[in-house]
Write a protein that binds this ligand. Structure first.
Ligand SMILES: O=C(O)[C@H]1O[C@H](OP(=O)(O)OP(=O)(O)OC[C@H]2O[C@@H](n3ccc(=O)[nH]c3=O)[C@H](O)[C@@H]2O)[C@H](O)[C@@H](O)[C@@H]1O
Length: 460
């Protein structure tokens, strides 16, 4: 704690505020009319300037209103008010977490989005094989942050330290790269979710564009430069109708702002590879699901609503066409992430200068067997032993696409990626975890599972 902060804040405040109050009264008495006059002038100037600005003239007042209420909304983070990093103790924890135990081939990885769904599982696997890992997460409140905290507890049991901070915090990233010679960055922090982009577009630009640039900037200046593996998305295929989706297909028809920011990320990756010699691998994840998953995803909130006896809304395409997804189980995705890290070549730059061509890759990580959402619901019903109340609605224009289907030939060849888990088995494991995690009498769940150092997805 700060030495300057008094131990009795209440008394300190009342003495100070008494003097302040007197000063304020005196000031009010003599200067109030003057103050009101100048305030009025300032407001008038501001208003005229605002009217003349190009932003105002090019947008209707209605759209201005909607953008101010949505774009500017930022998600609450635990570290937004005061930096939660720095100091000797903090540095010791970072260094200890980064220590490689697997010699001579171990790697040292900075994992962003560490308290997220994929982040937690990936870290667990890296740590288990003896790699050094430092996590970074801003613990924002996009979804229930207590789930993120529970994942953090799980990771701390296996000796992983999660730094609380934002990927847009340049000084923090520099500090981390000064402390640790990371060989790799696994960049998973992002604003996820397709439909939420209509509510809060600004958060997608902040995390998926500005945040990605911030990670690339820190990495290109680091010495040595790390190789980067980062999460793109199957949504970049957008309105593409050629199936299965292949990396060689066009991705210039995004259907959501989320998809557009991921596509932008892939282009930005090209730039940093081209100019600075950063080795970069983008992974297009296909609707990842499993234990410790994201509550904003359909399989997760369908489970919650089915158990609560609430109706669930199933989207349908034109002429009642089924909507389907290439649901991919978390362990398969983790295998793809680790294989990407292991096959990543070194970046070629130093001191901000490129010294030769560097690796630039993009892979689909899917399951190659799309399943209609109605079938997903039937599987959940069987595992939960509860009948769902289905409500079919025409898919709203919300950024969703009708189907996804991955061609994984490239990932098979280059990464040895072989998804093993079908939706039936994967959802069984998810439901088992869900029921254990959300059963109130199960307070010891984390302690039991966490000490074993493995997540439920791998132990079942
Ligand atoms: O693979 C991806 O690229 C994306 O996968 C998911 O996006 P999505 O496939 O839309 O996953 P869900 O939000 O769980 O939706 C799954 C399916 O359920 C449908 N759905 C969703 C919500 C609902 O109320 N009803 C409904 O039928 C959706 O249309 C979709 O077909 C993730 O949320 C994205 O972050 C990720 O990037």
């Amino acid at each position: 704690m700060d030495a300057g902060v008094p131990s009795s804040p209440g008394k300190f405040k009342s003495d100070k505020s008494h003097h302040h109050h007197l000063r304020l009264l005196r000031w009010h008495h003599s200067s109030l009319p003057k103050f009101l006059f100048w305030t009025f002038c300032a407001a008038a100037v501001f208003f005229l300037f605002f009217l003349a600005s190009p932003h105002f003239s090019s947008s209707s007042s209605a759209s201005l209103h909607s953008s101010s209420s949505t774009e500017r909304r930022s998600l609450r983070t635990s570290s937004s008010s005061s930096p939660a990093w720095g100091g000797t103790e903090w540095e010791k924890r970072v260094l200890s977490s980064a220590r490689i135990r697997r010699r001579p081939f171990g790697i040292s990885v900075l994992v962003t989005g560490a308290a997220g769904f994929v982040g937690t599982h990936a870290i667990n696997s890296l740590k288990r094989r003896g790699d050094g890992v430092v996590g970074l997460d801003n613990f924002n409140d996009y979804y229930d942050s207590s789930l993120k905290r529970a994942r953090q507890v799980l990771l701390s049991h296996s000796g992983v330290f999660l730094v609380e901070g934002d990927i847009n915090d340049g000084p923090l990233l520099r500090k981390l790269f000064d402390l640790v010679s990371f060989t790799h960055v696994l960049h998973l922090a992002a604003q996820a979710g397709v439909r939420y982009a209509m509510k809060n577009p600004g958060s997608y630009v902040h995390s998926n564009v500005a945040g990605l640039v911030s990670i690339f900037e820190a990495s290109r200046s680091a010495n040595p430069q790390p190789a980067i593996v980062w999460a793109s998305s199957s949504s970049v295929y957008g309105l593409n109708t050629r199936v299965p989706f292949s990396e060689s297909h066009r991705t210039d028809n995004p259907a959501s702002l989320y998809a557009a920011t991921k596509k932008a990320g892939e282009e930005i990756a090209h730039v940093y590879n081209h100019i600075y010699g950063l080795s970069i691998t983008g992974l297009r994840f296909f609707t990842v699901y499993g234990p410790w998953g994201r509550p904003d995803m359909a399989y997760f909130f369908f489970t919650k609503d089915i158990l609560a006896g609430k109706p669930i809304t199933i989207f349908q395409g034109p002429d009642s066409a089924t909507v389907s997804r290439d649901f991919t189980y978390i362990d398969d995705i983790v295998q793809g992430c680790l294989a990407s890290l292991d096959t990543a070549q070194k970046s070629t730059g130093s001191g901000g200068t490129k010294h030769g061509p560097a690796q630039l890759r993009v892979f689909n990580l899917g399951n190659t067997s799309p399943v209609p959402v109605v079938e997903l619901v039937s599987i959940l019903e069987r595992h939960l032993k509860v009948k769902a109340k289905r409500k079919f609605v025409k898919m709203p224009r919300n950024g969703d696409v009708l189907f996804t289907h991955a061609n994984i030939t490239l990932a098979k060849k280059e990464l040895g990626y072989h998804p093993k888990t079908n939706l039936q088995t994967g959802l069984k494991r998810f439901v088992k975890w869900y029921l254990e995690y959300y059963t109130p009498s199960n307070g010891s769940y984390l302690a039991k599972k966490g000490r074993g150092g493995s997540s439920s997805s791998n132990s079942s």
